[in-house]
Design a protein around this ligand. Structure first.
Ligand code: GUN
Length: 301
């Protein structure tokens, strides 16, 4: 392997430590304790793991964590009522409704019912619009984490060719906006892009968020490119024993790490940045709503 490893696990721990320091300061100086409310509807096992992890880390940085775990058959009206209650609760600075929601609930309706100032996921249409027009907004957590890793590695991103593979509302579209706001030349490619390999070959920065195991190969990359792998895919690992699995990204790490200049591993790359940025966003939301200075280096601005 010749690429530099971008250690998201370490970086995320540092972000959480910065958040904790800032939280301790506003508690001491302003008597404010940031609060994050998480709403989980149903029993999706992956969501339950995320929510447990979010709760633990929220408490670890000194914030209040409010959990609302609701049964799978909760009505849309009841979810909207909880969101409204959290919107009106002064102890709650951030609201996260865990996705996916059960099929009978309209996700967009619920997301857009969240007070945009408390929308720590940055999924509300008003935050999406603010980001798209280069204005101050709440920024989705995983894209913010990718941006922090890239800024840390490159210093400035200005003028670099960035190819984002994937066009989801949660990752692909917002990371493209963030990179554009940082003066990259941005291409959004996806699974239907013609000559995808050639498009990727033009990139100084590749952000892989397409949800296909090990799709992007080393020989698709420009020598020295920076590769940010957002994919988290579980694949069979018979070498570990019958029925065993392992996590891989959207990038074929073995071949890519021989060509890239820098690369995030899976696990331990982008993954840990998501919750760290959720906590950073909760702190940012708390500061903005109380007229306090925003945490430096923990936002997209
Ligand atoms: N489910 C998977 N990722 C996310 C995320 O970033 N936010 C929310 N709310 N749900 C998710």
């Amino acid at each position: 392997m010749t690429a530099t490893l971008i250690n998201g696990k370490e970086f995320a721990a540092d972000v959480r430590a910065q958040v904790a320091t800032h939280v301790a300061r506003i508690k001491e100086e302003n008597d404010i304790t940031p609060g994050l409310a998480v709403v989980l509807v149903g029993e999706d096992p992956a969501s339950q793991v995320y929510v447990r992890s979010k709760h633990k880390m929220t408490v670890e940085v000194g914030m209040n964590s409010f959990e609302h775990k609701l049964p799978e058959d909760t009505s849309e009206a009841d979810v909207l009522a909880i969101v409204e209650q959290l919107n009106n609760d002064p102890a709650v600075n951030g609201i996260l409704v865990q996705l996916p929601l059960p099929k009978h609930i309209d996700e967009n309706l619920v997301i857009n019912a969240i007070n945009p100032a408390k929308d720590v996921d940055g999924f509300h249409i008003s935050n999406v619009g603010l980001l798209g027009t280069g204005q101050k907004s709440m920024v989705p957590c995983t894209p913010l984490g990718c941006l922090m890793l890239l800024r840390d590695h490159h210093g400035t991103l200005s003028g670099l060719n960035a190819v984002v593979v994937g066009r989801s509302n949660i990752v692909g579209k917002p990371i493209a906006q963030l990179l554009l706001n940082d003066s990259c030349t941005v291409t959004i490619a996806h699974s239907r892009t013609k000559d995808l390999e050639d498009v990727v070959r033009g990139a100084d920065i590749v952000v892989a968020a397409v949800g296909r195991s090990e799709m992007i190969k080393g020989d698709w990359l420009k020598k020295g490119a920076t590769v940010i792998d957002v994919g988290i895919n579980r694949i069979p690992a018979p070498e570990k024993g019958e029925g065993k699995t392992r996590l891989v990204g959207d990038v074929d790490f073995a071949s890519a790490s021989e060509v890239a200049g820098a690369i995030t591993p899976v696990p331990g790359g982008v993954g840990p940045m998501t919750i760290a940025c959720l906590l950073a966003n909760t702190l940012t939301a708390t500061c903005r709503s109380n007229g306090l200075a925003e945490p430096v280096g923990l936002t997209a601005s």
